[in-house]
Write a protein that binds this ligand. Sequence first.
Ligand code: BDP
Length: 589
Amino acid sequence: MLKPIQTSSRERLCLDGIWRFCLDAQDRGLKERWFSGALPAARDMAVPASYNDLIPDAAVRDHVGTVWYQTEIRVPASWSGQRIVLRFDSATHRATVWLNDAEITSHEGGYTPFDVDVTNHVAAGQTYRLSVAVDNRLHWWSIPPGRVLTLADGRQKQQVFHDFFNYAGLHRSVWLYATPKIYIADVTVVTHYAAKESKVEFKVEALGQTNTHVALRDVAGAVVAKADGTSGTLVVEGATPWQPGKAYLYSLEVTYGTDVYTLPVGIRSIEAVNGEFRINGKPFYFKGFGMHEDHGTIGKAHSNAHMVNDFAMLDWMGANSFRTSHYPYAEDILDYADRTGMVVIDETAAVGMNLEIAGKLFGGEFPKELYSEDAISSRTQATHLQAIKELIARDKNHPCVVMWSIGNEPDMRPVGSFEYFAPLIAATKALDPTRPVTLVNVMFVNEDDDTTAHLLDVLCLNRYWGWYVQGGDLQSAKAALHQDLKKWAKKYPDKPMIITEYGADTLHGLHSVVPVMWSEEYQSELMTLHGEVFDDIPTVVGEHVWNFADFATQQGIMRVGGNRKGVLTRERQPKMAAYTLRNRWKNKS
Ligand code: BDP
């Protein structure tokens, strides 16, 4: 899916700004046709932003259900005769959109973009009322799953099955853009790096019949290869590769009739073989974090300032990679990773398919069978497949993305887990045969019980030895971690392993000369001991600490002002562990 850009044939208008906004706690908006006029009792709301923390009101912060956004748009007069498209970079978790009184589209899933051709709904130079109903409810069938309970007083209560605050709203930019009527619908590139001759396979999807030309330019603008036609292979001699920490981006210029689209292209190869993860034929070791899109005030909104700061902090610690735990991040973040040479494991929002965790966190009645029509069902699987398709459609051309993670910590023991996940793993591989596929393992599902581990290209293991298990006893934790990883390595000697989560909640400023839980010394020591174990197991090809920074969660007895496993505070100030990791990572290749 092509993102809106400016080219010689394309223009875009960013619709970000202050919109009107109201809650719809009783689900009246649709019946009362709120889209057909000014929203009732509306207030100002920033777009992009999570709405939750912008207003000092629990009814806003903890709202369950639909909210409405509205703004007025003017279609530029100069766009007459063009194809005009409205695009949302995301609406969390689902949305319906109206232009004046006409419903024009709806979309399920809070972290991938959607667009709609509005050429037949608008005239150049005219203004229109744009209304969007955004629903934050999570159900057993949504990705991520959750459930809505009705309390005795009739209020709705959202139970989420994951450990981050259910921020919602228009988190990313909204665009109106114009292309020629005969236009480039999609471009796919696959690259193969070799020192002598590299290859860039391309495929152009275009609507209408006309000539297609592609030209690959280097950073100086010189054409290094070109071809005619909607598909083919460009051969680049002596190409400069896209490398971790050393990005190099060519630019593929596609011309189709009067339409022109330019795509940054990083030439690189990936393989997960013989217990190694190779980028451009060289073993790569992942150093970095599981992260979150999470900041004070703006919640899960994308902000370039915060992103640049986060990348600078990653670099400061010597990190070379991160996982988009636990949902697809804004595409701007992948663009920036492409530019800076940051390596990304790209994850869907399938987090929380786990009754052991959800049941413990929330108590109450849960269905007996996790994979059943009452819980994680065939409908969930269909939503999940669609989420995978949309993730790959958006991110397939990013050189920074080196692996797809189709979910985080599902319970892979019960009956039905194989039947649920095996087809999704196969579908991901069919949609993109060029990238390894993983599914992140939860620590209580061991190597013999995990029903789909043998199907994965890379084993990603989340391990909380020294925190949830053996908490306060780092020596036992270290021994247990060692045993645990050795068993996985023995069972799967050819599969590279990444420890995608390990860590300890830590209160910034709490010190203890003897490392005790919650102190900065404990977190730091835990990092050191884990590093020693990882260095002892040859097929461990990476370490991602949980988490880059402290982040917001639901309220509860397990969390004090959010999850404190960050090695940075939520404001991105370092705890002691940040220096420990910096010391290790700057000295480890
Ligand atoms: C893991 C989850 C992650 C949590 C973390 C924790 O993957 O989302 O935040 O535990 O408990 O199980 O800190």
